[in-house]
Design a binder for this molecule. Sequence first.
Ligand code: GDP
Ligand code: MN
Length: 349
Amino acid sequence: TPNANQQVPAAAKPKAAAAVPAAQDKIKATFVSLARNSDLYSLLGSIRQVEDRFNRKFEYDWVFLNDQPFNEEFIAETTALVSGKTKYGLIPKEQWSYPEWIDQEKAALAREAMKEKKVIYGDSVPYRHMCRYESGFFWRHELMAEYEYYWRVEPDIKIYCDIDYDIFKWMKDNNKDYSFTISLPEYEATIPTLWKTTKEFIEQNKQYVAENNLLQWISSDNGETYNGCHFWSNFEIANLNFWRGEAYTKYFEFLDKAGGFFYERWGDAPVHSIAVALFMNKDKVHFFEDVGYNHVPFHNCPVDPEVRKQKNCACNPNEDFTWKGYSCTSKFYTLTDKKRMKGWEKFAD
Ligand code: GDP
Ligand code: MN
């Protein structure tokens, strides 16, 4: 049936009296959370934060995706907190299992070796399916078809500041297709051949590389090697059409055939980030410095007290990761000629 991957029909919620944008001003946008039933109570905390800081004023929809059917408790608790419509989708089996070209013994040996080296999630099979799904499939779910923009939300995140404008409309009006709050280098042990594979793809598909790209952000030697810098994809507000487009579709297919999601432990963060850096014009990429965000163990907290006051932020600027030595964000500022927040230098170590 056409609705096989949609568990329950979207439930209408009673409208709040507040100034929710009129239907014609609303962007085709949704929140999206990939989650297990066991993530429910960690995710409720995230939803509450997002609703209080932003969505109760805008009532955007929320799509939940899972490789197992969501249970009634999950559906009831999440529907109760989300101000927009909630939708629950089951992931098609073939998008959460080994493709036929993968040598499963080779994959098992790779996990064993990574376990030995104590690579984080190195021995996990579900984590690999998760990374592959977020890299190549979440926007293909039928529940996502009607949307243009999405905001990815994970369990246990925090939003530190008020977002009093329609952030999706802001993305559209300002011609932004990808945004982030934290960036850092990836563990080399999870992606030993990702860059080599990417270079092979580019060699055959030069037409996809944007003129005004961010190659300098992901490579410190003009493309010879990958420096590991990536947008931390547990937070993403982005345009779905970028993933739907030909360049990314072909790139993902190429990576998937190479097998690194299973033979190594390629994360969706470096995969998304390399694609954005190479195939998207850099003026379409945005760093949100006024949202305030936490996913363990990193924080984004506006360092300018004026900004914190104006946006009602509740966070410690000394914990802000943006200007720390390990962050890749200062380089992003330089490459995009972005004006730095007042007082940033006092937080750079
Ligand atoms: P980390 O942030 O890299 O430590 O990974 P998480 O455990 O937060 O997982 C990333 C996202 O995928 C979160 O939204 C999780 O809820 C979700 N997730 C992770 N593993 C699974 C899984 O096996 N099944 C489902 N349905 N979701 C998962
Ligand atoms: Mn997480």
